[in-house]
Design a protein around this ligand. Structure first.
Ligand code: S3P
Length: 185
């Protein structure tokens, strides 16, 4: 059974961005779960939401998450909702380690304006307050991650990058055979 590093966190936290970088630094393959779903289904996530609705999308998301157990060990960027449905979070923990990229909500909100907003069906016509409520609900899931990289307001880019890399390194070490390290950072 493959053991992966699963990156989890709210939309806009940088799961794909960091996933690509972590994979490069540690010479591992990288897969973005949403991109994988889009390539297999031949439709964008936004189209899947519109055509089939959110609950059908969640079934697909779970199906393709399970497919990842057949892949070689790698870094996987999940969707913002992946750990919050079914027993996906427990499943990911059994098939690897989970790392939450935790960014203050105010920064996420700013990032999710403009083009970022158009790509994501859940962001259509949402207000600051509504999205903040969704973020709060989801934090209950994210905080169960095995490892947490938390950006503090005072962190500059260099500090934040070092923090993400150090947390990813600790998480990847825990995946090595014989490791008993499975604690939150
Ligand atoms: C979703 C997040 C999206 C994508 C879909 C639903 C969510 O992924 O899976 O639009 O429920 O938060 P990103 O977190 O990569 O934007």
């Amino acid at each position: 059974m493959s053991k992966h590093l699963f990156l989890i966190g709210f939309m806009g936290c940088g799961k794909t961005y960091w996933g690509e970088r972590i994979a490069k630094v540690f010479s591992l393959p990288f897969t973005d779960l949403d991109e994988y779903i889009e390539s297999v289904q031949g439709r964008t996530i936004a189209e899947l939401f519109v055509r089939q609705g959110e609950s059908a999308f969640r079934q697909l998301e779970r199906r393709y998450l399970y497919v990842s157990s057949r892949w070689s060990p790698r870094v996987i960027a999940t969707g913002g909702g992946t750990p919050c449905f079914f027993h996906n979070l427990g499943w990911m923990k059994r098939h690897g380690v989970t790392l939450w990229i935790d960014i203050p909500f105010e920064i996420l909100w700013l990032r999710l304006q403009g083009e970022e907003r158009l790509r994501r069906p859940l962001l259509r016509e949402t207000s600051f307050e509504t999205l903040q409520q969704l973020w709060q609900k989801r934090c209950a899931y994210y905080q169960q991650a095995d490892y947490i990289a938390r950006r503090q307001p005072e962190d500059d880019e260099a500090t934040w990058t070092a923090k993400v890399h150090a947390t990813a390194r600790t998480a990847l070490l825990a995946l090595l055979p014989g490791s008993s390290q499975q604690s939150k950072a």
